[in-house]
Design a protein around this ligand. Structure first.
Ligand code: PEP
Length: 256
């Protein structure tokens, strides 16, 4: 069984004191969640502060983005070696806000994915369709295209370190959650794609997260789907109680 990954994407929220407080509130009760991996992804500027709040607690640290080049004249960017240096373990890549607001392409996501993997950082590669694409019956085609582009040339040895996040764009920050059936249909197809590209045994090791208005009251049914291996959480990750309640729902599924 794949250990669920419960990942909080704090986006461009918190300040130095609220980031430290939120991390401390999560750390304080992290020991209650034994069957799920907890991950927090604060804004880049607060990564070291949150790392210090985490200390040696069982909470992983991740970044929300990075640049693919290793260093040099790239004003405003953060390299993978910088993320490694401060102790990040994961990096979210190709979040829909980066794809649709900042104009990131599958090619950009692919370059970042390779840079992260080469440096030993685990990429969380996000894919997801727009509402009009779903309504036009293009969901599978859109997601297959994003997977092919974003994961081009990722080897069988590397793919187990990759986490995929399916985040329907229409469900992010909108309160409109995909039904467990809608989410599972896409997750099952993602697993099938991984099986086609690699093999069933390898596909089985890859964690596929669902993201899009995950809250404590819908977490258990979503996380109970056979191909949903955790959650990428925006809004609800800013409240320690909600984040931990979602993690408890993930752990309950493992224990069932
Ligand atoms: C996200 O930020 O990836 C996300 C899914 O946000 P929310 O949970 O707020 O919909």
């Amino acid at each position: 069984m794949r250990t669920p990954l419960i990942a909080g994407n704090w986006k461009m929220n918190t300040d130095s004191s609220s980031a430290a407080e939120l991390a401390a509130a999560i750390v304080c009760r992290a020991g209650e969640v034994t069957d799920a991996e907890l991950l927090v992804c604060p804004p880049t500027i607060y990564l070291t502060q949150v790392r210090d709040s985490i200390g040696d607690a069982a909470v992983s640290l991740g970044a929300q983005n990075m640049y693919h080049e290793s260093g040099g004249a790239y004003t405003g960017e953060t390299s993978v070696s910088m993320l490694n240096d401060i102790g990040a373990k994961y990096v979210i890549l190709g979040h829909s806000e980066r794809r649709h607001i900042m104009g990131e392409s599958d090619e950009d996501v692919n370059k970042k994915t390779h840079a992260a993997l080469q440096a030993g950082l685990r990429p969380i590669v996000c894919v997801g369709e727009l509402l009009e694409q779903r309504e036009a019956g293009q969901t599978t085609e859109v997601i297959r295209g994003q997977m092919e582009g974003s994961l081009a040339d990722v080897t069988a040895e590397q793919i187990s370190s990759v986490v995929i996040a399916y985040e329907p764009v229409w469900a992010i920050g909108t309160g409109k959650v995909a039904t467990p059936e809608q989410a599972e249909e896409v997750h099952a197809d993602l697993r099938k794609q991984l099986t086609e590209r690699y093999n069933a045994e390898i596909a089985d090791t890859v964690r596929i997260l669902y993201g899009g208005s995950v809250k404590p009251d819908n977490a258990e049914t979503l996380l109970g789907q056979p191909n949903i291996d955790g959650a990428l959480i925006g809004g609800a990750s800013l409240k320690a109680d909600d984040f931990l309640a979602i993690a408890a729902a993930g752990a309950a599924v493992v224990q069932a």
